[in-house]
Design a protein around this ligand. Sequence first.
Ligand SMILES: *[C@@H]1O[C@H](CO)[C@@H](O)[C@H](O)[C@H]1NC(C)=O
Ligand SMILES: *[C@@H]1O[C@H](CO)[C@@H](O)[C@H](O)[C@H]1NC(C)=O
Ligand SMILES: *[C@@H]1O[C@H](CO)[C@@H](O)[C@H](O)[C@H]1NC(C)=O
Ligand SMILES: *[C@@H]1O[C@H](CO)[C@@H](O)[C@H](O)[C@H]1NC(C)=O
Ligand SMILES: CC(=O)N[C@H]1CO[C@H](CO)[C@@H](O)[C@@H]1O
Length: 771
Amino acid sequence: MMVGPSPLMVIAEFFFLVQSITLEAPLRCGQILSKKSKEGGLDAIETYVFWNAHEPTRRQYDFSGKLDLIRFLKTIKDEGLYGVLRIGPYACAEWNYGGFPVWLHNILGMVFRTTNKAFMDEMQNFTTMIVDMVKKEKLFASQGGPIIFAQIENEYGNVMGPYGEAGKTYIKWCANMAQALDVGVPWIMCQQNDAPQPMLNTCNGFYCDNFKPNNPNTPKMWTENWTGWFKQWGGKNPHRTTEDVAYSVAKFFQWGGTFNNYYMYHGGTNFDRTAGGPYITTSYDYDAPLDEYGNLNQPKYGHLKKLHDVLHSMEKTLTYGNISTIDFGKSASATIYTTGEGSSCFFGNGNENSDAKIITILPDCKTEAYNTAKITTQTSMMVKKPNEAEDDPSTLKWSWRPENMDDFLLKGKGESTKTQLVDQKVVSNDQSDYLWYMTTVKFRKRDLVLGKNMTLRISSTAHVLHAFVNGKHIGNQHAENGKFHYVFEKDAKFKSGCNVISLLSITVGLQNYGSFFESVPTGITGPISIIGRNSDETIVKDLSAHKWSYKTGLNGFENQLFRTESSSKWSAESVPLNRSMTWYKTTFKAPFGNDPVVVDLLELGKGTVWVNGNNIGRYWPAFISSGDGCSVKCNYRGAYHAEKYHVPRSFLNAGDNTLVLFEEMGGNPSLVNLQTTRVGSVCANVYEKNVIELSCDRKPISAIKFASFGNPNGNCGSFEMGTCEEINNAVDILTQECVGKEKCSIDISTEKFRAPDCGGAARRLAVEAIC
Ligand SMILES: *[C@@H]1O[C@H](CO)[C@@H](O)[C@H](O)[C@H]1NC(C)=O
Ligand SMILES: *[C@@H]1O[C@H](CO)[C@@H](O)[C@H](O)[C@H]1NC(C)=O
Ligand SMILES: *[C@@H]1O[C@H](CO)[C@@H](O)[C@H](O)[C@H]1NC(C)=O
Ligand SMILES: *[C@@H]1O[C@H](CO)[C@@H](O)[C@H](O)[C@H]1NC(C)=O
Ligand SMILES: CC(=O)N[C@H]1CO[C@H](CO)[C@@H](O)[C@@H]1O
């Protein structure tokens, strides 16, 4: 373990690649996020190391620009934070293929994450290289650097059963391999109850207070406390209430925790093709304390900051103190930490069936300093503003061109052939989302008379499938309801002689989780058949073992139509709506100011969007959930929208900016528009004897829309007067103290607020201020 007692740590995690929000100046972004984490009361930053990003081709490495791991770790150090390096190299993380490169899968005899020599050699090679790089820069704490823990493997315990004895041998090998790298700081293995010593096993989950490390002499550590959840295409927006996150953290420390990491503290965006899957969205907002754009997600950020401050104030008592616990029954308990200098208390009520799932913290055992269920931080309501830099922002001028598919649709001509259907990963090596499967089939006239009604039936694990017969699009389909396999069957017209069947299989993020996840099939695995029916009989013609021709990628991608300097011909005439396989292009002016920029793609189908050649990610607004994953309780924030895509400011120029869309299914680009996202209004609903701070995030508060002291009703955006507030001066006070200021602080303990005593009940100030 560490020298001396384990420090009390409340730490943040965000993906290493989140620094990639800026391309030209990744450091600046890493700095901003590190600063916001530090201001949020955190001590350390955790990061994964994504193997497929750093070794995209075997033995060809990339640590440039946004992939500069060392620079990121140095930024953490410069901010005075610790680092936790989760090398893995398996990451999961809803990241494409869990962070593994697809070339690894395509090595002969390969099985991931088990006693398999090919795998172990590659894992050792990559892990050793990362450790060597970090050591060379003296970044481990043992060398005076910021990194206090390193992680090997990741949540293997959750999936290890099916690997049997080979899995047990493998995890021992992982431990020995890591230990031999001699990093001088402890290695952790999360979710690994049988972690071989001296690996520290740690907990991931929504709650970890019941967790016990397998070695009782090691600290109780929580490597992933899920602040929210990720989103899938077609899924609802996940939310986790602020009160519940705070409760879980307070309870963890009440019950002897020493290290808590938020997963995620800042979720960010899965740009380009980095989203995992299948079907993980481009947004990885996660309902985290820092939102997708780096804005404070209030009150989550502020309520947790207050908790961190209280816990830090008790650091010595919590780490050195003697512990006594009183059980009051019915899930109520008190925990008292005592040193010679004094005591600190936690009172917990964990009764799930009552509203009272609360922990209060009294650092001196007398005065309540924190209550997980009483939020005194403002709620920020984010709004989207139209792009004021454009004269008429609603009408971007579009040009277009079709995707050229003639070779595939009319000739069925690819790059390689096989007399079987092959998994998409094997053929494409994940160089593209797109893979053409093409074959020809001959019919005689009398076959066609027999089969009056003919359909093409495809048993498919393509994340999205488009089918064409003789150049005609007969339909598209994708899996639904969490299933990854489906049967496509559509009417098709065949002619006598040669017919061309062209199937476009599209991946939407490769599987990132599960035992043997690497062999989850992708693409069109078959069987594929043509079915002819007439009144007398049904004839099935199986095409699975036909000669299939394969072609990875689409022409427009190969010709880089998304690049600003692309010289290809585009037409501004009769720009089509609802046309599949179509490229669209426009220019726009960057919105004024510094607020984060988003592009709204609501009326589009599915495809990819680029700004100035930077891949913003996959879009699929045609497949968004009807509902928001919010119960009435999560009123603290407007829903976040999967149809708005983050365009980092660093991708933008002062002059004209180029926006390119590749639309696969058909959509309406004329409604596409650029917006900025900012705080629109802020609210608070806080009991007397507290202080509230209102802030519009570096913009002045323009007006007080509502303010009342007493027993007001409703939520942010819909507050109403209560029953004891007729002589209220709250609006006057708030107007005087806040309007025109960037932030104001209101002490609700003063006698300033005129209000009757509301029958003796504790009174509240509810306020909504417009930014
Ligand atoms: C990784 O493997 C290559 C050979 O493929 C070798 O040259 C290199 O030294 C290895 N790196 C490490 C850190 O083991
Ligand atoms: C904890 O209790 C033991 C036994 O009573 C005592 O010796 C020790 O000093 C206490 N530790 C602290 C930090 O108060
Ligand atoms: C052909 O048969 C299939 C399967 O029975 C049916 O779904 C489809 O509607 C039929 N098509 C026509 C044109 O009759
Ligand atoms: C778009 O085209 C498809 C098929 O061509 C059609 O089913 C759909 O209704 C059209 N949608 C709109 C909005 O026009
Ligand atoms: C690993 C872990 O703790 N998983 C838990 C995450 O949270 C869900 C929902 O509360 C539980 O069902 C899991 O057991």
